[in-house]
Write a protein that binds this ligand. Structure first.
Ligand SMILES: [Zn+2]
Length: 339
């Protein structure tokens, strides 16, 4: 007979004491994560309680040129839309979409704070999982639509193939000039914590790193410095000015006599990009590439590591770190500096 209950010989009291101790240990270990979850749930409830929040009206009324472009892009040859002066229903979102740059003003929705809070807790990945649209009637030429957003709920944390994450759901309703709904959309995303790539892997595998810097007469001193753990900046032996990247001649005094100084290794992010696409050999995407300003007075380009790409910011304090990419190549990279 196989038993699933209390072991024979163990008293009920012993068993109860053991299980209490077990659950106490468990709850101590889980409490930090649980309180973070609790905070997220509270925020989600708060945002949901706001109900439907009206956004900024569309920048432009429903118009023929945009409808024409849409039909062209979709390969939709149906003349009915332009003939009747109505928009394809699936364009609903188009009319109120923000541009590449925020227009300013109050474009915020009840969803923003939830997504921001998720990102702050490491759920930086995002993938849209559901989109359901309901069309009440056609939007007509000349109508200016206004979106209204309602935060519908947060579910999680859940384990998914992408990593642990939360499903956030919201509804958008587009209203015509009055209070008449034209279209609705339910939208759901999974905000997930991307799996961390094993940092130790490169040290063990040592496959040749596919991206090699160009080492020549002008740059050899720089790469020699990197091998020694020094960040060397070229200087002019004539006027003493520093310059980077290294070159054959001083742009100020035209002297070809060169020297170098060793930088302290601190810097601040002057500008950056987060590279998502296309794929780069030997470098998992996304990754952040920054222009780092050194107190010595030059700027240098390098990848930012030890920090989720989405958390890199202009003005962020960084410090150089040297990473062996394979058995021969070391690259100077930049890591957040504790101030
Ligand atoms: Zn010079």
């Amino acid at each position: 007979m196989t038993g699933t209950g209390t072991n024979a010989g163990e008293s009920a009291a012993e068993s109860a004491a053991k299980s209490a101790a077990k659950s106490a240990a468990k709850s101590a270990a889980k409490s930090a994560a649980e309180s973070a979850d609790e905070e997220l749930r509270e925020l989600a409830d708060k945002q949901a309680a706001l109900g439907e929040v009206r956004g900024t009206p569309a920048a432009d009324p429903v118009n023929a040129p945009m409808i024409r472009h849409w039909l062209d892009a979709m390969g939709d040859a149906n003349p009915a839309y332009l003939d009747r002066g109505v928009a394809p229903p699936a364009m609903a979102q188009v009319w109120t979409m923000q541009g590449v740059r925020p227009r300013g003003g109050k474009d915020g929705t009840p969803v923003d704070d939830v997504l921001t809070a998720l990102e702050a807790r490491g759920y930086t990945g995002v993938v849209a999982t559901n989109c359901e649209q309901t069309y009440h009637r056609y939007a007509r030429l000349g109508e200016r639509l206004t979106p209204a957003t309602r935060f519908a709920g947060l579910a999680g944390p859940k384990r998914t193939a992408l990593g642990e994450g939360y499903f956030a759901t919201w509804n958008v309703t587009w209203y015509a000039d009055g209070d008449e709904p034209v279209a609705e959309m339910m939208f759901r995303v999974l905000k997930f914590r991307p799996r961390t790539r094993a940092a130790a892997a490169p040290a063990e595998r040592r496959e040749p790193y596919p991206l090699r810097p160009a080492v020549n007469g002008d740059t050899a001193f720089f790469w020699e410095g990197v091998r020694r753990g020094e960040l060397r900046i070229q200087s002019c032996a004539g006027c003493g000015r520093l310059r980077h990247p290294p070159g054959p001649i001083c742009p100020h005094c035209r002297s070809a006599d060169r020297s170098y100084v060793t930088a302290a290794g601190d810097g601040t992010v002057y500008s950056y990009v987060v590279h998502h696409h296309p794929p780069v050999p030997g470098r998992p995407t996304p990754f952040a590439v920054a222009v780092v300003e050194l107190p010595e007075g030059v700027r240098i380009v390098g990848n930012v590591v030890d920090c989720p790409p989405g958390e890199v910011r202009i003005g962020m304090a960084v410090r150089v770190t040297y990473r062996a990419m394979d058995d021969e190549l070391t690259l100077p990279l930049w890591a957040p500096r504790e101030s």
